[in-house]
Design a protein around this ligand. Sequence first.
Ligand code: ADP
Length: 390
Amino acid sequence: MPEQAIILYIEDNPDNQRLVQKVLSANGYSIAIAEDGTDGVTLARASQPTLILVDLGIPGLDGYETTTRLRGLPHLEAVPIIALTADSTAGSRERALVAGCDGYLVKPIDPRLLPRQIDEFIAGKREVVPADAEAELLRVYSRKLVERLEEQVRELSRANAELKEIDRMKSQFLATLSHELRTPLTSLVGYLELFDRGLLGELSQSQRDALSVMRRSGETLTQQLNNLLYFQELRMRKFVFASVLLQERLGPLLDTSRHRAAQRQIRFEVIFAPLAPLNADGSAIEMLLRNLIDNAIKFSPSGGRVLVSLRDEPEAVLIRVADTGPGIPPEAHEKIFLPFYQVDTTLARNYPGSGLGLAIVRHIAEAHGGSVHVRSQPQQGSVFTVTLPR
Ligand code: ADP
């Protein structure tokens, strides 16, 4: 027996696993166990077993199919594959051999015989199918394989169609919900703004304070719904590119942001050198900047500072939003751009949000051939930079 013979045993039954492990390791073999066919193939690919023992009744890819697959791996060409089965009906030995096995052992395993049987196969023993029966056996086996394949394809197609339908219903539900919520919310926020501006009569200071809070909450809700809608429609979304003057297009957003920042005692500064027109989707760029500014204000403490700068480079427009918030740990710098990812995932987190804003920012930047990246350290604020190539 070779010094370091490794037996790969593909078997899902824990009792058999234990028994074979015990018997063979007592005889100096090292055993690797795979729970099913696909696991077995993965293990076999990554190693060089001396012999493979396959239970024919494993779930999923069955023992015959697993053997045929293993036989196709060039580094296993000379490795004996031995079937182990409780099925002792007529023809089952031949089926195993035609699938690619070199031998066939019937369960229950006899612990006294097993080591010698294994030794014999390692030493070169091979069982063969009688030549006159081989062609017919192969024909039957390949027909069975195709039938199984057909069944699996049908099952997968059915499952896929079901998933698509569920996904469609979920999208439809979210879109309807967001639309239905947004319409009444728009009029609520509109009226609150009229009150807030004193256009519907004089209010006491405490009423004004309460209205401000309501208005801010309404705006946050509107933005979350807009993000949800945008995200739902992401795949079908068509960008409309046109020549855009960013200072005109983004002016109103910057004004309302300044106002919102002031309400939270946050200094809001804008450095906006006049830019040459950019070929872009104006409403998408507005959405991008709104999300970055919203985050900067949301995460900044009272007394903090938000700096927005837009700058022309020879080849690109740079949009930068910097804040003095809590910062983002380096290991989260990539993940924050994934949908639904939030650094703090506790329900009691201090900042409202759905985790969609930055995924949308990245989607829009990339749809313009650009990119977004973050520079940030915990407790040292964050700087988000979007590059939009000309
Ligand atoms: P959310 O709706 O949660 O703000 P985003 O996709 O906009 O979703 O952001 C994802 C996460 O990235 C946030 O939950 C937060 O943990 C982190 N993050 C984003 N912007 C900032 C920022 N300016 N300062 C600190 N953390 C931020």
